[in-house]
Design a protein around this ligand. Sequence first.
Ligand SMILES: C[S@@+](CC[C@H](N)C(=O)[O-])C[C@H]1O[C@@H](n2cnc3c(N)ncnc32)[C@H](O)[C@@H]1O
Length: 182
Amino acid sequence: MIIILIFVTVFALCLFLWQISNMVSVFFGSLYVKADRKLIYNSLKLAQLKKGEIFYDLGCGDGSSLIEAAKFGARATGFEISPYYYLWTKLRTFRDRNIKVVYKNIKEVDLSKADVVYCYLLPEFLEKLSSKFQKELKSGARLISVGFPIEFTKNSTFSTGASKVDNYQIKNHQVYIYKQSL
Ligand SMILES: C[S@@+](CC[C@H](N)C(=O)[O-])C[C@H]1O[C@@H](n2cnc3c(N)ncnc32)[C@H](O)[C@@H]1O
C-alpha cells in the first residue's frame, strides 16, 4: 500500500512539474514540441556541422538535437528555460562529455562563439531574436530554423535573398538555413 502511495505521489509531482514547465515555456517564448530525429539529423547535415564545431540549440527541449550533434563530433550546448526539460536533458546526457545543458533564457545567451545555431521556435519569438542573431553570430556561422523563416532587415549581413537562403522540406517540415557573411 505504501509503495503504491509513493508511486502515485511521485507521478503526481512529475505531472505537476511538467504542467508548470509548459507554462514557463509559453511565458518565455515557445511551447515544447518535439522535432523528429531524422529531421534534426538532416538539418545538421545541410548546415554542414563538422567535428569540433560549437553547436547551440536554443530551447533544447528533450536534448535530441544535442545527441545528434555530438554524433557529428560537435561540442553541443543546449539552453532551456523549462525546468522539466532542463532536468530531463541533463539526466539523459550527463555521461556525454561533448554535451552541456544550461538553464538559461535564450535572450541572455551569448551566441558569438557558436558555429551552428539550431532553433525550433515560434515566429513571434524568432522575430524578437532576429537582431540578436544579426549582431552576435560570427562570420561563417550557420543558423538553422525549423518550421519558420526568420525575417532579417534589408541591410542584414545574413544571406537572405531567395537564392541564398536554403529552404528544405524535410518530413513535412520546412527547414531554413542561413549563413552569416559579416
Ligand atoms: C518547439 S520546442 C523545440 C525543442 C527542441 N529544440 C527540438 O527541436 O526538438 C521549443 C523549446 O524552447 C524552450 N524555450 C522556449 N522559450 C525559451 C526561452 N526564452 N529560453 C530558453 N528556452 C526556451 C521550450 O521550453 C521548448 O523546450
